[in-house]
Design a protein around this ligand. Structure first.
Ligand SMILES: Nc1nc2c(ncn2[C@@H]2O[C@H](COP(=O)(O)OP(=O)(O)O)[C@@H](O)[C@H]2O)c(=O)[nH]1
Ligand SMILES: [Mg+2]
Length: 361
């Protein structure tokens, strides 16, 4: 008995130590990614100054770029989760550790509990017994959650297709629009973008810069003008000049949340007036770094304005990419694109299969 008690105490101490180390690892990775981001900023400034062309070897293949983009998230999974796999029986301590690891990977409480629930059920029915079998269940459940097929954005039956980009400040709306515009342009489509963030001069300039870079046209009005007026003018021009795609930028910050949501609703209404089935998709842009906040933002925007799809940016440089699993599990809203860097070709169509394969291979 005494021996058992001692063993238990030692195990508890080891667990505490493990938790402390895991916390340290998390802190260090955050620090490293922050430094990397800073360095990246400095590098791109330098690049601009000397106008150096992007080196060919930097343009990695699609698959490699994606894998590199989610490598920090993968480390979190492999480091935190997969290393737990041993052939000991599943007990309460193990389930607790497993749940902690899923939360550390930013899956969110709902999704972590769902996975633990599935394991408990299978243990109850004696379908699984060992910890490594439980890890297999985690992998399969995550793959099933993600596997909603690889989706395409809806297109207008005729006339211009309109996409409205919404989301809080700094998540990557303008950057994503620039990248998507370049993508459609490369497919030979006629693309127009609307500068709906009229609250900052810099926002209009930034979109203008992206329009030039992508080789597409832009509708922009003076700072502080009504963004719905910009939407109206852009929709009319899109029809009159036979554009295939209209991408609408919006502001992420207003005096109050209600103001912002009202403004978005008004923009939708104005677009609809000109093009009855517009917007063909209202896309919420989320920054993966914000982790669980991304789930809250999805809930808010979908309650106020309705959402048709998600774009998750900045997967590069974060270990919180697991939040995609939580979002796909909690909301019936597909993820269409993921951002894995700041360059023009760094936005990729989201592939559920590729995402789960890259996490677990
Ligand atoms: N590393 C990285 N940075 C990104 C990505 N997408 C956007 N950004 C950066 O995030 C910052 C804010 O983006 P912006 O498009 O202005 O956000 P907005 O306020 O939502 O329009 C900019 O510095 C972008 O270069 C991404 O996928 N990866
Ligand atoms: Mg913007």
């Amino acid at each position: 008995m005494l021996f058992n008690k001692k063993k238990k105490e030692e195990k508890k101490k080891l667990k505490e130590k493990k938790k402390q180390y895991e916390q340290k690892i998390r802190e260090f990775s955050e620090e490293i990614s922050k430094t990397e981001q800073e360095l990246k900023g400095k590098e791109s400034l330098l690049e601009k100054e000397i106008k150096a062309p992007v080196k060919d070897e930097e343009k990695k293949g699609f698959f490699q770029k994606f894998k590199k983009g989610i490598s920090k998230t993968k480390q979190m999974f492999v480091g935190g989760l997969m290393e737990m796999a041993v052939d000991d029986p599943i007990d309460d301590d193990f389930l607790e550790d497993l749940e902690d690891s899923l939360l550390a990977a930013d899956l969110g409480v709902t999704t972590a509990s769902k996975i633990i629930g599935i394991i408990e059920k299978q243990v109850g029915k004696s379908e699984i017994r060992t910890q490594s079998e439980a890890i297999e269940v985690v992998k399969n459940t995550i793959s099933t959650i993600l596997d909603k097929g690889d989706l395409q954005l809806p297109l207008a039956e005729s006339g211009p297709t309109v996409y409205l980009f919404v989301g809080v400040n700094g998540v990557g709306k303008t950057t994503s629009i620039g990248k998507i515009a370049a993508n459609y342009r490369a497919q030979g489509k006629k693309v127009l973008i609307a500068a709906g963030d009229t609250f900052r001069a810099a926002a209009i300039e930034q979109l203008d810069e992206w329009a030039k870079r992508a080789g597409v046209d832009i509708v922009k009005k003076a700072i502080n003008s009504d963004p719905s007026a910009t939407m109206y003018e852009a929709a009319v021009r899109a029809i009159e000049e036979n554009y295939d795609i209209l991408l609408c930028d919006t502001s992420g910050r207003l005096h109050t949340k209600k103001n912002l949501m009202d403004e978005l609703l008004k923009m939708r209404k104005v677009l609809k007036k000109v093009i009855p089935d517009a917007p063909h998709a209202s896309l919420l842009v989320l920054d993966a770094n914000t982790g669980q906040n991304a789930i809250l933002q999805t809930r808010e925007f979908s309650a106020y304005t309705g959402l048709d799809g998600l774009i998750v940016t900045k997967l590069d440089g974060t270990a919180k990419g697991g939040v995609i699993i939580g979002i796909v599990n909690e909301f019936e809203i597909p993820v269409y694109y993921v951002g894995v860097g700041e360059a023009i070709d760094d936005l990729q169509p989201f592939s559920a299969r590729l995402f789960s394969e890259s996490l677990f291979e």
